[in-house]
Design a protein. Sequence first.
Length: 341
Amino acid sequence: MVVHAWYNAVVIHGPERASLQKLPLPEVGPRDVLIKVAYVGICATDIEILKGELGYYRNGMGRYPITPGHEFSGTIARVGREVEALAEGMPVVVECIQTCRRCEHCRSENWIGCKERKEVGVLGRDGAYAEYVLVPGEFVHSLPAQTDLRKAALCEPAAVVLKGLRRLQRVLGQEDRGRCAVVGAGAIGHLCARMLALRGFKVRAFDQSPSRLAYFQGSTIQTSTELTGLEEFDAIVEATGSPQALQLILEKSRSGCILLLLGLPYASQPFNFETLVGYDKTVIGSVGSAAADFREAIHLLPRLDLTPFLQKTLPLEQYQEAWDLFHTRQFLKVMLAVNPS
């Protein structure tokens, strides 16, 4: 594969300051893999980095400049000499959260607790709003040869949902297939509702946008624009990050309800924990994903109707227009085509 010495990348230099630049190609270390990016999805996290609102950048953990983009697919351009089972030309996806794999947290699979943690396009490692991205080979997952790389770019958000559902299932039990509400029908909420329905749950999706709920037409998933009837559900997934929605869910969910929080940022708010303790409620937080979730996502995505996610794709050079479209909520997912062929 021909690889040029320079490549184009979107670089965020600070709050509200971004540009498309030519950068020198990084050196491929013995355990690294250089990936030619095919598609990258626009995520709310990218916008929070642009605005300087993401927690990492408010508390000083995250530093500019950084190239965003963690929902992506591509093909391998170069492989470090110590990398096994990967080869040039393979279609791949990459885990966002990358840890040391050695510390106490990593040994117990508490990846988010790793002090050396990096997150592609988010924290300490440049991402995929770029023609190439360099990552450690241990976090790269190969795909079947004929995989649609536009659909494959959804592996990361799908893995995030799968991790959350794995944590939810530990509390629900493997045989429980009850009634579940999903609050928020954006990309994460939509995937979550689809996966729950596939697992046999009776699902209702809530969103203020009728157009987002319309994507569920033809499925078994019920929909509502009004956040009412929360007492009907055994489990509720919150996928908006809205503090108002969270407050309502905490107050109106039935006793014994299990709440999975997938949204961010929620913001600070007063809360009386007797609402939880006095009614036997369980709250589960979940963020990011791990290798097992990516492996499951790769096998699961072909079973899901992903048509709603594939309606808008722009070239990398139009990243600003893509960000503007993201804000309109007109599309469930906006993607950048970097090297689509």
